[in-house]
Design a binder for this molecule. Structure first.
Ligand code: AMP
Length: 536
C-alpha cells in the first residue's frame, strides 16, 4: 500500500513482536519464580506462546477492543500477555496489585475487563474482590495445582489454541494497552495507549540520550509491569532485542542485587525507594555483589535525591533521572548531562542530573504560568504542560476537559522551572504546595534539600493547618541507620538555601514514610495524621 511517495506501513505492535522473534529469537528472557528458582526462555518462545495466546483468546470469543486484565508480577508469561493480547486485537489492562481490593474491583469494573489473567500466588488477593467483579473467564498463570471454581489453567488454555484461528488485522490507532492513574487527586482514571503511541514511545525511549537501550544490554525492570507498562520497557527491550531479567515477586535489595550480579545486568529501572535500599545494601557489603562495569539505573516516579545520585557515582553505578506520568506513557523528561557541562565541575553536573531533565524528540514540554511560558532562568515557576504522540488526548469513559489547554497541551499538575540549558526542575505538585502567610512554599524542594543532609535517608514535607499563617510546613524524616541530627541542625542546613519562612516548624522522626501503591510519599495520609498538630 502506498500513500504519497512512501509506503504507509501502520505502526502496530506486531512489527516489534515479529522482529523479536526473527532477529532476537535466541535472546534470553529470564524470570524469577515465587519459589526463587530462575527460569530461562527466549524471545522466540515468548512470541510463539504469545501468538498462541492471541489465537486462544480469539477462539474464546474475545473481540477487537475487548479488555483483558492482568494481575501479575514481572515474568515471562506477563510478557506473553503484553504481546498476545494486542495480537488478538484486544487491550492489555494491567491491574495494580498494590491497590486496595475494592479499588482494584472498581478499576476492573470501570474498564469493563472481560477476562482476567492472574498469578496463582495472587489468587488470595483476587478472592478479596472476586465477588465484586464479573469476568467471563479467570485464567490462572503458574498454576501448581489444577485450578478450581471454573478457573482455567493458563498453560492448558494456550496449548489448546487452534493454530488455524486467524488473527485480526491491526490498525495503528487501535487501542493496545490500558493503565489507570493512581488517583491521588480524584478517582482513578483510565488511560488507553494505542499501537502507534506504544511503537513511537519504544523507539524514542531506546535513543542514546534517553535510556540508551542496546541489544548488548541486559535489562532488569524492577518497576512493575502493572505500573505504566513498566515504563514501556518490555516493548522497548523487545524492539531492540535486549535480554530481559524479570524479578517476579521479590523486590528486596539483596535478591535484586543477586539477580543483577548473576545475570550480568547492565541497565535497571525503578523508583527511588528501590535504589535507596540498594544503595544501603551496597554500602554495607560492596564486595558481595560484583556487578558489570558502567551499570546504569533509571530512576523516576518521584524525585531522585541528588545525594542518591552522588552515592551511586561513588559506588560506580550511574543513576539516570527521568520524569513521566501514566498519562504520558510515561517518558516526558530525562536528565543526561548536556554537552555544555560535560567538562564542568562535578557539583554542577550533579545539580543538573538531579533535575527532571529535557524532553526527548517528539515531546514538547512547556512550563507556563499566568504570564505565559516562563523564562529560562531556573527560578520562575509554572505548570508543566506536555504534548507528544504518546500523551493521552482524553481519559477513558470520563470527560475532564480542564486537563487540556486550549492549544492542545496536557496539564500535568506538576510545578517546575526551566534553566538556561532547558532543563526542567520539578518543584512540587500543585496539590502539595504549602501556602503560608500568603506565600507559596514548595514542599518537594525542601524534601530534596533535606535528603542531601548526611544523616537523612528520606524526608517528606507537608503543609499543616495553622491558626495564624493558614499553613506551616512540617518535615517527616527518616534517619540513616546510626545517624541523627537535631531540629536546629536541620533548620540551619536548610537556612543556607531557603528563605526563613520556608523552614519547617517541626521535624518529626519516624521509621518509615507511608507510600502509595506506586512508591510515592503518601502525603494525603501524612496530612491526615498531622491535621490536628498542636502548635507550641
Ligand atoms: P503516575 O502517573 O502515578 O506515574 O504519577 C505521575 C507523577 O509522579 C508526576 O505527575 C509527578 O508528580 C511524579 N513524578 C514522576 N516522575 C518524577 C520525578 N522524576 N521527579 C519528581 N516527581 C516525579
Amino acid at each position: 500500500m502506498t500513500s504519497g511517495t512512501m509506503m504507509s506501513l501502520p505502526l502496530t505492535l506486531d512489527l516489534l513482536i515479529d522482529r523479536a522473534h526473527d532477529r532476537a529469537g535466541d535472546v534470553e528472557v529470564v524470570s524469577r519464580r515465587p519459589d526463587r528458582s530462575v527460569e530461562r526462555t527466549t524471545y522466540r518462545n515468548v512470541v510463539t506462546r504469545a501468538r498462541a495466546l492471541a489465537r486462544a483468546l480469539v477462539g474464546a470469543g474475545i473481540r477487537p477492543g475487548a479488555r483483558v486484565a492482568t494481575l501479575m508480577w514481572n515474568h515471562a508469561e506477563h510478557l506473553e500477555a503484553y504481546f498476545g493480547i494486542p495480537l488478538a486485537g484486544a487491550v492489555v489492562h494491567t491491574l495494580n496489585l498494590r491497590l486496595h481490593p475494592d479499588e482494584i474491583a472498581f478499576i476492573a469494573d470501570d474498564a469493563k475487563d472481560e477476562v482476567l489473567l492472574v498469578d496463582e500466588v495472587l489468587l488470595p488477593l483476587y478472592e478479596k474482590f472476586a465477588a465484586k467483579v464479573d469476568f467471563a473467564k479467570v485464567i490462572v498463570v503458574g498454576a501448581t495445582t489444577t485450578p478450581t471454581d471454573g478457573r482455567i489453567d493458563y498453560r492448558a488454555f494456550v496449548d489448546a489454541a487452534d493454530p488455524s484461528t486467524p488473527l485480526p488485522r491491526l490498525a495503528e490507532d487501535d487501542a493496545c494497552g490500558c493503565c489507570y492513574t493512581s488517583g491521588t487527586t480524584g478517582r482513578p482514571k483510565g488511560v488507553v495507549y494505542t499501537h502507534r503511541s506504544t511503537m513511537l514511545h519504544s523507539l524514542v525511549t531506546a535513543m542514546p540520550d534517553c535510556f540508551g537501550l542496546s541489544r548488548t544490554d541486559t535489562l532488569l525492570p524492577v518497576v512493575p509491569m502493572f505500573h505504566v507498562n513498566a515504563w514501556g520497557l518490555p516493548y522497548t527491550a523487545a524492539m531492540v532485542g535486549t535480554k530481559l531479567v524479570l524479578p517476579g515477586p521479590y523486590l528486596d535489595a539483596p535478591s535484586l542485587l543477586d539477580l543483577m550480579r548473576d545475570e550480568g545486568v547492565t541497565l535497571a529501572a525503578g523508583v527511588p525507594t528501590i535504589w535507596l535500599s540498594i544503595r544501603d545494601a551496597l554500602e554495607a557489603e560492596r564486595a558481595r555483589w560484583p556487578l558489570k562495569p558502567n551499570v546504569r539505573m533509571i530512576v523516576g516516579g518521584s524525585a531522585a535525591p541528588e545525594q542518591l545520585i552522588r552515592d551511586f557515582d561513588r559506588l560506580g553505578l550511574e543513576l539516570i533521572h527521568a520524569w513521566g506520568m501514566t498519562e504520558t506513557s510515561p517518558l516526558g523528561l530525562v536528565s543526561r548531562v548536556p554537552p555544555a557541562l560535560v567538562d564542568a565541575p562535578e557539583a554542577e553536573r550533579l545539580a543538573v542530573r538531579a533535575k527532571q531533565g529535557v524532553p526527548p524528540p517528539l515531546v514538547d514540554v512547556r512550563v507556563r504560568n499566568d504570564a505565559g511560558d516562563v523564562p529560562h532562568d531556573g527560578r520562575t515557576s509554572g505548570e508543566i504542560l506536555i504534548r507528544a504522540p504518546w500523551v493521552t488526548a482524553r481519559y477513558a469513559g470520563i470527560d475532564v476537559p480542564e486537563r487540556w489547554t486550549a492549544d492542545g497541551y496536557f496539564r500535568t499538575g506538576d510545578v517546575a522551572n526551566i534553566d538556561v540549558h532547558g532543563y526542567v526542575q520539578l518543584t512540587d505538585r500543585t496539590a502539595d504546595l504549602i501556602k503560608s502567610g500568603g506565600e507559596w512554599i514548595a514542599s518537594a524542594e525542601l524534601e530534596n534539600a533535606l535528603m542531601c543532609h548526611p544523616a537523612i535517608r528520606e524526608a517528606a514535607v507537608i503543609g499543616v493547618p495553622h491558626p495564624k499563617w493558614s499553613e506551616r510546613p512540617i518535615a517527616v524524616v527518616v534517619f540513616r541507620s546510626g545517624q541523627q541530627a537535631t531540629d536546629d541542625e536541620l533548620r540551619g542546613f536548610l537556612a543556607a538555601k531557603f528563605p526563613k519562612y520556608w523552614l519547617p516548624d517541626a521535624f518529626v522522626v519516624t521509621d518509615e514514610i507511608p507510600r502509595t501503591s506506586a512508591g510515592k510519599f503518601k502525603k494525603t495520609a501524612l496530612r491526615e495524621q498531622f491535621k490536628d498538630h498542636r502548635w507550641g
